[in-house]
Design a protein around this ligand. Structure first.
Ligand code: HSE
Length: 429
């Protein structure tokens, strides 16, 4: 065993930071045996020193400024678990790199916005940035992509990577409750981020997808190019009717390289109810990786919380202690290509829900519009009703979103449509 311990500075003593402290305090010997050297927490930093954290922090230097912590010359690794894509998180990460320290981060927002610049700065100085905890919590998906699957050309990356959204959607499904009521439940349970739009607007999950896409396709992280749509417009009617057709609605991220460029989308999708993604319940995350040699890998596990996120942070710290030196995004940052962002135009089946005036020929008019737009109907159902309006559900054969939108545009001139139709992509998983 090496005599020199690996010395840590920890910025952020919230749920994740205290999870790291707990692992370091309870598993010191186990970790030393695995890493081949002791790992010691030297100094910590947090906004509020007086808060009761239910742990003995007296053995660690306290820095009130995370930048000062990052610049200390008695640490080797700076751990950033404060969050936020700017401000102290970015300044302290930059300061740690400039001071010659390695960085372990749980900060998906920071890396999604500034990952390329940070990676280039770190690699220019021979430093590493590791961020397993930033994507899908405790699931070691970055390690799988950068190491285990390094010999594959990655074909597609998919994932349910926001546990709060999956909790809301599965709770709506299982209890038959509307979105607003379940959103309020999630808020009371403390599941939502301080800015709930990060969760339900798809932003948090979009950050994670953009990081996986960079590694998978050797491209510079480009969060701005992710097509984002949150779950706020998913209605209980759609959840029920999708279930009736054998599907579940998920906030699903998909990244794939096409002949036109890199498609990245984080949007509500239908997936088959009996697929692994369809069966995913509650706050659990799932990442699906497809490589040309390996085929499909499905990784499922806790995407947030003290233990799972701290577990991912410690995996990175132990790798550094062992001497593992990996490029931030799996290949030198300077060699990452600036990906051409491509709007999703791959064809897929679509779910269409609409309400029609219940009179002769109404359905025929809708079918004609679909035909004119080159969209073929796979399944169609009209639901029981007592008034003058008829709810109709159509599942199409594969069609592009442009063709679906063209058909919806034609519906408007038929005079048989009541309200706006709903169209949701059915993802092949
Ligand atoms: N709020 C996230 C989630 C965890 O619900 O999965 C942090 O990214």
């Amino acid at each position: 065993m090496s005599d020199a311990p690996l010395r840590l500075g920890l910025a952020g003593l919230g749920t994740v930071g205290m999870g790291v402290v707990k692992i370091l305090q309870t598993h010191a010997d186990l970790i030393a045996a695995r890493a081949g050297r002791r790992i010691e927490l030297v100094a910590v930093s947090a906004r509020d020193r007086t808060r009761n954290r239910d742990a003995d922090l007296s053995g660690y230097f306290w820095e009130s400024d995370p930048v000062a912590l990052a610049q200390r010359d008695d640490i080797d690794v700076f751990i950033e678990v404060m969050g936020g894509h700017d401000g102290p998180a970015r300044l302290s990460t930059e300061a740690a790199i400039a001071a010659g320290h390695d960085v372990v981060s749980a900060n998906k927002a920071l890396l999604a916005h500034s990952g390329q610049a940070l990676a280039e700065a770190a690699e220019a100085g021979g430093r590493v940035i590791r961020f397993e905890a930033a994507v899908a919590g405790g699931i070691p998906v970055i390690k799988a992509l950068t190491e285990g699957l390094a010999g594959n050309q990655i074909k597609r990356v998919m994932g349910v990577m926001n546990g709060t959204c999956n909790y809301i959607l599965t709770r709506m499904q299982n209890a038959g409750l509307p979105y607003d009521q379940v959103f309020e439940e999630a808020r009371q349970l403390g599941y939502l981020e301080a800015d709930p739009n990060l969760d339900v607007g798809g932003i948090d999950a979009g950050h994670k997808l953009s990081l996986l896409a960079a590694i998978a396709f050797g491209t510079q992280v480009n969060f701005g190019a992710v097509e984002l749509e949150g779950i706020g417009n998913v209605s209980i009617d759609d959840i029920r009717l999708a279930a009736d057709m054998g599907y579940r609605i998920k906030l699903l991220g998909v990244a794939q390289m096409t002949g036109r460029g890199l498609e990245q989308r984080m949007t509500p999708c239908l997936v088959p109810a009996d697929s692994p993604l369809g069966q995913l319940q509650g706050g659990t995350n799932m990442v699906v990786l497809e490589g040309d040699s390996v085929g499909q890998i499905v990784m499922r596990g806790p995407g947030a919380g003290m233990g799972p996120t701290a577990s991912a942070v410690m995996g990175d710290v132990i790798d550094i202690a062992r001497g593992t030196r990996l490029s931030t995004f799996g290949q030198p940052a300077k060699t990452l290509a600036a990906a051409i962002p491509a709007r999703t135009s791959s064809a897929a089946s679509h779910y269409l829900r609409m309400t029609l005036v219940d009179k002769p020929g109404a359905l025929a008019k809708i079918a004609t519009c679909l035909g004119e737009a080159g969209v073929s109907i796979d399944q169609m159902r009209q639901y029981g009703h007592s008034g003058t309006h008829a709810p109709v559900l159509i599942v199409t054969h594969k069609a592009t979103r442009d063709d679906i939108d063209h058909a919806i545009g034609l519906f408007a001139s038929t005079g048989v449509l009541v309200g706006a139709p709903v169209a949701i992509r059915i993802e092949e998983v």
